[in-house]
Design a protein. Structure first.
Length: 194
């Protein structure tokens, strides 16, 4: 059992690392292509571009943007990955869809939104709300650490700012709470059926 759990956690951590590796590889390609990949970010209310909800988190507006997302993505993604491969995959999917679709719905016309910060905000609110839903001391402690390290930046990122996709941040944060609620419900259903 513990060997299988260890392998699952390893695979989950590898998924987080692979997502970051993909972001870096795409930014290198983007620089070589004079920023043409940035066109695959979210174009609000463009029905033809709905699929860009899935590409936008992997694209960044330069290496500075990518660096600012890499550290929190890796740290919080690793904390979620300790719950296993399925957990980190589901949290990432739920957060990316809620963040991307919310941005697509309300962001300003003639704008393009890209970057992993919506997922980062979702990871943060997932880790905080997961502890609230589960009432597990260890998960509450992780939430406290997230707030202590990233709390001020998270709050500032939710405020409307020029050239920052606060919409992705806001809906990413909503997505994190949704993911925590959904996965808490799955955990309770699994416990009840055992």
């Amino acid at each position: 059992m513990s060997e299988r759990l260890g392998k699952d956690r390893t695979n989950a951590l590898l998924l987080v690392a692979a997502m970051v590796g993909l972001m870096w590889a795409l930014e290198i390609v983007d620089v070589a292509a004079d920023g043409r990949l940035d066109d695959y970010g979210i174009h609000p209310r463009d029905v033809d571009g709905l699929a860009e909800i899935f590409s936008a988190p992997f694209l960044h507006a330069g290496f500075g943007h990518l660096v600012s997302n890499t550290v929190p993505f890796l740290a919080m993604g690793a904390a979620i990955a300790l719950g296993g491969l399925l957990r980190v995959a589901l949290v990432t999917l739920i957060v990316a869809v809620v963040s991307g679709f919310g941005t697509w719905l309300i962001a300003g016309a003639n704008s393009v939104h890209l970057g992993a910060s919506g997922v980062v905000f979702g990871y943060a609110t997932y880790l905080v709300s997961r502890g609230i839903f589960s009432r597990r001391l260890s998960e509450l402690a992780v939430g406290v650490v997230v707030v202590a390290i990233w709390g001020i930046g998270l709050l500032q990122g939710l405020l409307p700012q020029e050239r920052i996709s606060w919409q992705a941040h806001l809906f990413g944060a909503v997505g994190g709470v949704v993911a925590a609620s959904v996965l808490a419900g799955r955990r309770e259903a699994k416990a009840a059926s055992a």
